[in-house]
Design a protein around this ligand. Structure first.
Ligand code: HEC
Length: 305
């Protein structure tokens, strides 16, 4: 853009701004830069008392000040009206502060009323998921003390924070989450008569989802990215016994067999029951549907033997 056009555009934006009492686009971009740099003096000059900026224009600035770890800038932006629950396409200010272990900023946002359990960003993470994944111990402690639900599931795949911590090998974090009550969603046990009464046909549609990742031929794996081991004779089979399949460490550490009750638990909440499993999809939370899927696959598996 040539200088004249740039100047005209800026002047137009400034006039618009004065006329409607809104910060212009150019001014917002300057504020974003100041927030990124944590330059509180510049922010004070750009947003003097009584300037009443539109809170929406402060969402990205507070997010980036929180990301870079500038508590003074975050505090100033809150004072001039930035929302403590500021949410961008990449997630909330609280999430990014938690992820980067800026405990003082996390405390400040919570003091101003940010909800510790709001989820956002690409994976629908709550702040505790970000902290767990990154091993951000300080912010995890603050969040857990101040109302973060240790068992909240992220939007993608219903995974709990402990699963993300195990996947990244963060043992100190795993211990902290366990101390704070991380626990799987365990369904009540299945009775024989309940299982007998289930119509396996009901499970056909949901079983398609399993068969996307699991084959019914010994040693075969579907060519999908996250494919699992075959399920031939899987009911009663020893856990993690297919030599041709590269199981997760979490699954390899399991012992015993896939009795129906074990399957009931695992399929109800795979990443909660075996945190660190690479089966990150496929949970069937509805009880009848879950039993029907097991029964349907059991019949399909029997036919293959
Ligand atoms: C997105 C792909 C995917 C989907 C969908 C999926 N699984 Fe899995 N499954 C896996 C992977 C990968 C593993 C290996 C897990 C590990 O090593 O941690 C696995 C492991 C298993 C195991 C343990 C097998 C063994 O040899 O110990 C069982 C049982 C199982 N899945 C059943 C199911 C059922 C039933 C469904 C459907 C409700 C299902 N899975 C849906 C990918 C998937």
């Amino acid at each position: 853009m040539d200088l004249f056009r740039y100047a005209t555009k800026k002047a137009f934006a400034a006039t618009f701004c004065v006329f409607f009492g809104l910060p212009s686009i150019a001014v917002s971009q300057d504020i974003l830069k100041m927030a990124l740099a944590g330059d509180v003096e510049a922010l004070r000059m750009a947003l003097p008392e009584g300037s009443n900026p539109d809170p929406d224009t402060l969402v990205r600035p507070i997010y980036f000040a929180a990301q870079r770890g500038h508590p003074d800038a975050v505090e100033f932006l809150l004072e001039v009206g930035a929302p403590p629950d500021a949410m961008t396409d990449f997630g909330s200010a609280l999430q990014i502060a938690a992820r980067n272990n800026h405990a003082n900023i996390v405390s400040m946002l919570l003091d101003r009323g940010a909800d510790p359990n709001t989820r956002g960003g690409d994976f629908g993470n709550a702040p505790i998921h970000d902290a767990a994944e990154r091993g951000a111990m300080d912010t995890a402690r603050v969040l857990l003390k101040r109302g973060a639900d240790v068992n909240l599931r992220r939007g993608t795949g219903d995974q709990p924070a402990i699963h993300l911590a195990v996947r990244k090998g963060r043992s100190e974090m795993v211990a902290l989450l366990l101390e704070n009550g991380a626990t799987p969603l365990i369904p009540s046990p299945i009775t024989v008569s309940e299982f007998d009464a289930i119509d396996p046909k009901l499970g056909r549609a949901r079983a398609e989802e399993c068969l996307f990742c699991h084959s019914m031929e010994i040693g075969k794996q579907p060519s999908t990215k996250f494919a699992g081991p075959d399920l031939v004779g899987f009911v009663g089979r020893e856990k993690a016994m297919r030599d041709s399949f590269k199981y997760s460490d979490a699954m390899k550490a399991e012992s015993g067999t896939w009795a129906i009750e074990e399957l009931n638990k695992f399929i109800a909440d795979p990443t909660g029951v075996i945190p660190g499993t690479i089966m990150e999809r496929g949970a069937v939370t509805d009880r009848v549907e879950r039993l029907a899927v097991i029964k349907y696959l059991m019949n399909a598996a029997d036919k293959q033997q």
